[in-house]
Design a protein around this ligand. Structure first.
Ligand code: CTP
Ligand code: CA
Length: 234
């Protein structure tokens, strides 16, 4: 019995977590990014590690250093993150996409520092690939084997109509779960140490977690994932 107690719920599982805000370069000294701190992704990676998983953390720009005991892959931009994630997808049991991926990048990346000139300047942006969408497409393509396909969790940061947008993203990106945080609330989401989330599955709201530490939220999310993916402690 004491041996059983020591079993970790994610032992033997390979999981990939993305974290941070992507950086989309304009020239060697300038870029576009967002307010993501990477804390939620780091908490997810740390919690998975402590629950016994083999963790790969794919991260863009983050506030602090990544946790120890996980494999870290640095991918500054959305394009690099897409390649890193797709390459590792087939071997994963779960993928959790906590990164804030820039929706657009500068159309042109200048090799040299741009010089100022006219009084105004217009920046043209082009759409980035949607990594979560690419994962969903792959899972349901001939190439993706549904039986071997990882369990996929996306995030959604919203300021209005949280539930409607979350369910829309879940269906469109063919994810198993969407973790929605209302970033208009004080003290939660971007940059904060705590978060409050609603988790949606195909049947609607499956878990509501009120304000608590990102670490605790991460543990509850892994419990839910293990449960929904049907993982038995090995
Ligand atoms: N995402 C992604 N690649 C992108 C944009 C988003 O993988 N280029 C992922 C995020 O990591 C997150 C989920 O999609 O897990 C939802 O991101 P979000 O920005 O909320 O959704 P979008 O589809 O980009 O829609 P919008 O920003 O218009 O609300
Ligand atoms: Ca977006």
């Amino acid at each position: 019995i004491s041996l059983l107690k020591g079993k970790k719920p994610l032992a033997g599982r390979k999981v990939l977590v993305t974290a941070g805000g992507t950086i989309e370069r304009l020239d060697p000294v300038r870029y576009i990014t967002n307010d993501s701190s990477g804390k939620m992704g780091f908490a997810l990676a740390e919690a998975a590690r402590d629950l016994g998983a083999d963790v790969t953390l794919v991260c863009a720009r983050t506030d602090g250093p990544p946790p120890s005991g996980v494999t870290v892959v640095r991918t500054p931009s959305a394009g690099e993150m897409l390649a890193a994630v797709m390459e590792r997808l087939p071997e994963m049991d779960a993928v959790v996409k906590a990164a804030a991926v820039a929706d657009y990048r500068p159309a042109e990346r200048h090799e040299n520092k741009m010089k100022k000139g006219a009084e105004t300047m217009t920046l043209t942006l082009v759409r980035n690939p949607d990594i979560l969408q690419e994962i969903g497409n792959w899972r349901y393509s001939d190439e993706g084997n549904p039986r071997r396909s990882p369990f996929v969790v996306g995030f959604a940061a919203e300021t209005t109509d949280v539930e409607r947008h979350a369910l829309d993203k879940l269906a469109r990106k063919r994810a198993d779960l969407i973790v929605a945080n209302d970033v208009s609330q004080e003290g939660v989401g971007f940059g904060a140490d705590s978060n409050a989330v609603n988790v949606y599955g195909a049947e609607g709201l499956v878990l509501a977690l009120d304000r608590q530490s990102k670490r605790r939220i991460a543990e509850r999310l892994w419990q839910l994932i293990a449960d929904r993916a049907g993982w038995k402690p090995s």
